[in-house]
Write a protein that binds this ligand. Structure first.
Ligand SMILES: NC(=O)c1ccc[n+]([C@@H]2O[C@H](COP(=O)([O-])OP(=O)(O)OC[C@H]3O[C@@H](n4cnc5c(N)ncnc54)[C@H](OP(=O)(O)O)[C@@H]3O)[C@@H](O)[C@H]2O)c1
Length: 306
């Protein structure tokens, strides 16, 4: 099993891996970690669908990846899919559109996410972290199961976060939608990231044996656009922390490692940080009964049958 330092980049951890004939889909591929993940998977030969809410931004990102690749990525390797996780109906439509394209899906990277200080609701009335980071990805992934099955062997890689440590989730799943408490952006972000990890574990329990494994990870702390809605003091604090943060190529390393390492083609239900298996920080993360309860509640809220 290869060992990498926390400074390893996505290119370094995938050196020598040939992804020709592999189809990948990355959510939130137009910037930050998703864009770097897209670039490196394509560099290794994969066809990558960039699933983004703004197709103009997505096309600019696609062009920039192609322009800087020096001919090592063919334009036909990158295509776009409109995906707005702010609406379950639109998320369903995107999954339908991908399925219509008839492409087996070997790698699904659930990367898109928000981290906002203010209370915001999705088109369906869900608290935005819960709705976008967790519920819409839950729906999208479940609607893509046939495409994942068609690949024979497939991997789902879920971007969680060490911020799950701030989660307020209770075993009884009280007030998941933040209607009865004073809102706290970091805590609700933490809840959504804990649910991302729980989703990966439960998805893996259900599908791992039939060849679709799911793993979750913390990418590190990276200066991306994730903090774009945060307060000035938060941003200033972040600037002081810059020397200790990872670069974007380093931040995408764990995602690319978990997506491409031969060690994890058939192993799932795990959590990673710095390209290593880690024990998750939150005590509920490994509670199978709560993982199942989150899954069942998510089925009810998204009207998905699994
Ligand atoms: N950066 C970190 O330090 C860090 C640490 C731990 C975990 N993470 C996780 O890593 C993942 C990637 O984050 P990042 O740092 O690369 O952030 P980023 O630069 O802000 O990228 C986030 C991506 O998500 C997309 N997105 C946001 N809302 C969406 C929606 N409603 N529908 C579809 N796409 C949407 C964004 O699209 P637009 O550009 O159109 O908004 C963007 O492409 C996130 O899940 C985040 O929680 C990041």
């Amino acid at each position: 099993m290869a060992r990498y330092t926390r400074r390893a980049t996505a290119e370094q951890v995938s050196a020598g891996i040939d992804l020709s004939g592999t189809n990948a889909l990355v959510t939130g591929a137009n910037t930050g970690l998703g864009m770097e993940t897209t670039r490196v998977l394509a560099l290794r030969g994969a066809n990558v669908t960039m699933a983004c809410r703004d197709l103009d931004k997505a096309e600019r990102a696609r062009r920039s990846i192609l322009d800087t690749a020096g001919g090592r990525i063919d334009a036909s390797q990158l295509d776009l899919l409109e995906l707005d996780l702010n609406s379950l109906a639109r998320t369903r439509e995107s999954a339908r559109e991908f399925t219509r394209r008839g492409r087996p899906l070997h790698l699904l990277i659930n990367n898109a996410g928000i981290m906002i200080p203010m209370e915001r609701r999705t088109a369906d009335g869900f608290e935005a972290h819960f709705g976008i980071n967790h519920l819409a990805h839950f729906l999208f992934t479940n609607l893509l199961v046939d495409s994942l099955r068609a690949a024979g062997r497939a991997r789902v890689v879920v971007l969680a976060s060490a911020a799950m440590d701030m989660a307020t989730l209770t075993p009884a799943l009280q007030d998941l939608n933040w209607e009865q408490r004073k809102f706290n952006g970091f805590r609700s972000y933490g809840d959504s990231k804990l649910m991302n990890l729980m989703f990966a574990r439960e998805f893996n329990r259900r599908h791992g044996k039939s060849g679709i494994v799911a793993n979750a990870l913390h990418p590190g702390v990276i200066a991306t656009e994730l903090a774009r809605d945060q307060s000035l003091p938060f941003v200033l604090m972040g600037m002081f922390a810059l020397p200790f943060m990872k670069s974007v190529p380093q931040g995408a390393a764990t995602t690319v490692y978990v997506a491409t390492s031969p060690d994890y083609q058939t192993r799932g239900g795990l959590y990673f940080s710095d390209c290593r298996e880690k024990k998750p920080l939150h005590k509920l993360a490994l509670d199978d009964a709560v993982c199942r309860a989150v899954w069942e509640r998510s089925c009810e809220l998204t009207a998905v049958e699994t």
